[in-house]
Design a protein around this ligand. Sequence first.
Ligand SMILES: CC(=O)NC[C@@H]1CCN(c2c(Cl)cnc3[nH]c(-c4cn(C)nc4C)nc23)C1
Length: 269
Amino acid sequence: VDKEFDPNQWSLRNFEMGRYLGNGKFGHVYLARERESKFILALKVISKRQLNLCQLTGSLTREVEILTHLKHPNIISFYGFFQTEKRVYLMLEWAPLGDLYGLMKKQQNKRFNEKMASNIIKQITMAIGYMHSMNVIHRDLKPENILCFNDDVFKISDFGWSVHTPSNRRKTLCGTLDYLCPEMINYQSHDNRVDVWTIGVLAYELVVGRPPFESHNENDTKRKIQHLQYQFPQWCSSDFLNFVKGILQHDCNKRPTIQQILNHPWIVQ
Ligand SMILES: CC(=O)NC[C@@H]1CCN(c2c(Cl)cnc3[nH]c(-c4cn(C)nc4C)nc23)C1
């Protein structure tokens, strides 16, 4: 029996656990159903020991802080959290169709047609614009961190690397480098224009089926990013070429604003 039973406090007792969905930045995610209401949600289970081992307690606090304040149709809903002695549980919106990376690989040529990709980029750009208006940068935008909902709705999730701007916090180069912008590779201070760069990388990957600077090893990827070494397949539209070239610019002052991205012909089409 709980020492101090708090009726408002959620606990595992409130849920029937479903299948394992996958793992996010900090922990494992399961399908769950709230017993009373039969409401379906995703429950992210995080071990406190793991958090302490990797000194990620600060990042988790930041993720919860950010998720609590961000409310947008293209950002995953966060219903709250509860904890036991050993674990933290985040109650998140359930995405029936899984993440965008999985959905892309299920497409016929393992990529989206430009109309579909443009629709996805428009939604993600609106979410990024909203985050920037709340002084939050995501910094880890990629297909694996976007979740898919039935009626063609896409939402950003996994805010494990988000920070409040401006920040020159070092991002340990874990995971894929494909989305890293030049200023972050050189550990210069960076601001919300890093997310603008990643919108260009994401648009390229959704249309072409692979990221623009993909290589066999990290140094090649970094070199290609620093020299802007990438090509377009000849079947890409000129609007698309113009859209991506306009974003993937070294000088972050030359990159378009969120509003300019949303007004681009490739998005408005
Ligand atoms: C984007 C992201 O945070 N990915 C890491 C976690 C893995 C499962 N997470 C889910 C989260 Cl946090 C929410 N909804 C999900 N739905 C699925 C899913 C559905 N299908 C058919 N297949 C899968 C997988 N997964 C989730 C998130």
